[in-house]
Design a protein around this ligand. Structure first.
Ligand code: NAP
Length: 265
């Protein structure tokens, strides 16, 4: 385990879990007013779950989501390139990556690591990069962005998330290696496939992606499980807000649908 990294991922995971629990407390619900409660909802809500009539301070367009994937494709693509050259051409990783490794608690010299572990890290980085490419392509040619907003804190969290993600994968190995058609605008009740049992199958699928990466890195990688926890609570929070939005705005919303995990939550 890499304690610095595990702690760094546990912090946002704990913050998202706290937000999820606070959402259940009557004093923090969206109809409860107060400076702290307002700030809380400004920070956690975006897109369709943002409350009408709220201040537009510190907001950026939700279409800026695209920046996350541009950053991810470029950053994680570069890491993939360097790790590939290190693994197959026997080159050293750039010195700044080695410095970053050391700063994050990876001792490059003292570890005995199997070839399969290098390969796992390479594979996870490749999948992460492909996932980012797919999301970027979706943002460019499929998504139809509304006039929604996200808070600037969420925006910087998103940018940092994809940079930290690839760096975490890279730290799993030591350094001394070798357009969719718009039918109509507005929100509707989604249906079909996984939507029949949960409100947010895309968030659930996102979680499964990170769980599958945890399996690939070898079940016991505690640092990566901290990443999974972070995604779990982040996406659970967004799913609960989305689920509540549907229940509030569509009186015929199917009662049996869960928010995030089929039959569970
Ligand atoms: N790994 C992570 O930590 C992380 C964090 C955030 C997101 N993501 C991933 O990024 C992807 C997009 O996330 P998101 O939060 O933007 O998803 P989302 O809120 O469901 O929005 C996706 C798009 O669909 C629109 N939309 C949502 N519900 C709709 C409805 N009922 N009827 C019509 N249009 C609807 C949204 O419009 P509005 O914008 O107007 O709501 C937006 O354009 C997901 O796959 C998610 O898992 C990952």
């Amino acid at each position: 385990m890499l304690p610095v990294l595990a702690a760094a991922w546990s912090l946002p995971a704990a913050a998202f879990l706290s937000a999820l629990l606070l959402l259940r407390a009557p004093a923090w619900r969206s109809d409860g007013r107060g400076l702290l409660s307002d700030l809380f909802h400004q920070l956690i809500r975006y897109g369709k779950t943002r409350l009408p009539g709220w201040s537009h301070n510190y907001l950026v367009p939700k279409s800026w989501f695209i920046h996350f994937y541009v950053v991810s494709v470029v950053w994680n693509g570069s890491l993939l390139y360097w790790l590939f050259r290190a693994e197959f051409l026997g080159e050293s990783l750039p010195s700044w990556i080695q410095d970053m490794h050391r700063a994050l608690g990876r001792d490059s010299q003292s570890e005995d690591i199997a070839d399969s572990e290098y390969f796992s890290a390479l594979l996870v980085l490749l999948l992460l990069w492909l996932h980012s490419c797919r999301r970027l392509a979706e943002c460019l040619w499929t998504s139809v962005f509304s006039n929604g907003f996200i808070h600037i804190v969420q925006y910087f969290y998103g940018l940092g998330f994809y940079i930290a993600l690839g760096s975490t994968v890279l730290c799993q190995v030591p350094t001394n290696v070798r357009n969719g058609k718009v039918v109509r605008l507005g929100y509707d009740v989604p249906f079909g496939d996984w939507f029949e049992s949960i409100s947010c199958p895309h968030y659930f699928a996102e979680l499964l992606i990170y769980v599958s990466m945890a399996i690939m890195l070898g079940f016991q990688n505690v640092t990566w499980w901290c990443v999974v926890m972070c995604v779990l609570f982040n996406q659970a929070l967004a799913a609960v807000l989305s689920h509540e939005f549907y229940q509030k705005n569509f009186c015929s919303y199917p009662k049996h649908r869960k928010a995030f995990i089929p039959h569970v939550f």
